[in-house]
Design a protein around this ligand. Structure first.
Ligand code: ADP
Ligand code: ASP
Ligand code: MG
Length: 424
């Protein structure tokens, strides 16, 4: 008997009819002789709606209370799914993250899983039941406070349970047929990828491809879990994301380019006229880090020798701009800075591929494609298997399509179907 851990995202459980469809799928898997653990997200855009509701009440809600609020979304869908399975004559029990043994650190809103003790899940499976688990949530080790794992975190719940229960594959059911060479909502000609390494998927996820939660990919890689990303709206085979030690990966020829990721949620800060002397960058980024801001790209200009001043630009999540603003206002009382400019109308495009390591000319081709599309590049950064550029937000979609075409990633015929979801 195999153990199947599967996860159903918000668009797969967005209303009663969708929940019934998911219940049919789970009952069929169980009837096939498998043990089933199903992790669920909140219905549709429930989490966003709860965030909006809290914002209407206070601009700065306490993170502990936000976590209690947001975990309510997953409690609704887990209970409804258990009820739907029970109505089909199959026993199912729903569990919160705490009941499932998901233990996290205390970082409310973005907690890390530090331990998984799924004894209650094992007991219910042993009794022949289907286990339904609320995704995206856990509980702190000592204080028993409810935490959330960061937006999109149900994927991570599923992978953590798969690892703890010894399932070799974790099925991630979503609203597209797998991982594509770009977001099918932006690039209708995107191609589905049959199989890819977790290394490439990490880069895609880290650079805005929200098809998988970044931590889920990290976790799967560390614990050797293969992910099968597929649609809950079709029976098509999806994408296998294989960990590094897998034999499949050894025999895989790395494609030069695996895909294009885009991230519209970043902002850019430019610190204008900061003294070009040792220690300034250190002080600037100490202050920014002290405010809990995650910096991504950094560019420093050549200083104007007449003034001895330079400019430093960096990107950060748009949601961190307010915290950065407060911290930099304080820095201006310590260091004479000419100006600080904030721009949240930017987008980041990243071209990713393990084969880039051994192929020259990839950057030149990327920049050429952007030139031909009339897109101006504001910043550039690279890693071994990635090149990222910042553009104006208004240019981002055009840029993604142009780069996708320039690297011959377009499918001969359109196969990318977006079955549901609002893309929010
Ligand atoms: P779920 O609610 O199932 O977790 P998400 O909205 O989090 O779904 O993730 C699925 C969405 O990810 C797709 O609808 C698609 O718009 C987006 N996406 C972004 N990049 C990619 C990609 N490279 N391949 C497939 N989907 C992508
Ligand atoms: N419901 C949570 C969110 O919208 C978690 C998830 O869907 O994975 O972010
Ligand atoms: Mg998701």
């Amino acid at each position: 008997m195999a153990l199947i851990v599967c996860k159903f995202g918000g668009s797969s459980v967005s209303d009663a009819a969708s929940i019934q469809r998911v219940a049919d799928r789970i009952v069929a898997t169980k009837a096939g002789g498998n043990d089933v653990v199903a992790v669920v997200s909140a219905m549709g855009d429930t989490t966003d709606e709860l965030v909006d509701l809290a914002q209407e009440i206070s601009p700065d809600p306490p993170s502990r209370e936000m976590d209690i609020l947001l975990t309510a979304g997953e409690r609704i869908s887990m209970a409804l799914l258990a009820i739907a399975i029970d109505a089909r004559g199959v026993n199912a029990q729903a569990f919160t993250g705490q009941q499932a043994g998901v233990i996290t650190d205390t970082s409310h809103g973005n907690a890390r899983i530090i331990d998984v003790s799924p004894s209650r899940i094992q007991r219910t499976l042993g009794a022949g039941n289907v286990a339904i688990v609320a995704g995206f949530q856990g509980v702190t080790a000592h204080t028993n406070d409810v935490t959330t794992l960061g937006r999109g975190g149900s994927d991570t719940t599923a992978v953590a349970l798969a690892a703890a229960l010894g399932a070799s594959v974790c099925e991630i059911y979503t609203d597209v047929d797998g991982v594509f060479t770009a977001d099918p909502r932006i690039v209708p000609t995107a191609r589905r990828i049959d199989r890819m390494t977790s290394e490439e998927m990490l880069e895609l996820a880290a650079n805005g491809a929200k098809i998988l939660h970044l931590r889920a990919v990290e976790y799967a890689r560390r614990y050797g879990v293969t992910l099968h990303v597929r649609s809950s709206f079709s029976d098509r085979t999806g994408t296998l994301v294989v960990p590094p030690d897998s034999t499949e990966e050894d025999t895989m020829e790395a494609p030069i380019i695996s895909g294009v990721a885009h991230d519209p949620s970043q902002a850019k800060v430019t610190v204008v006229g900061i003294p070009d002397v040792p220690g300034m960058a250190a002080r600037l980024f100490e202050v920014v880090a002290g405010a809990g801001v995650n910096v991504d790209m950094i560019v420093q200009n050549v200083s104007a020798s007449a003034t001895g001043l330079t400019d430093i630009s960096f990107t950060l999540p748009a949601s961190d701009v307010a915290a950065a603003h407060t911290a930099l206002d304080q820095l201006r009382s310590e260091i004479a800075i000419t100006d600080v400019r904030y721009n949240d109308q930017i987008g980041k495009l990243s071209l990713i591929g393990a084969g880039m390591r051994s192929h020259p000319g990839v950057s030149a081709k990327l920049f050429g494609a952007l030139r031909d599309a009339g897109v101006n590049i504001e910043m550039i950064s690279t890693s071994e298997i990635r090149i990222s550029v910042v553009t104006a937000a208004a240019d981002l979609d055009v840029a993604v399509r142009a780069v996708h075409t320039a690297f011959d990633l377009d499918a001969a015929e359109v196969e990318a179907v977006v079955y549901g979801g609002t893309g929010r």
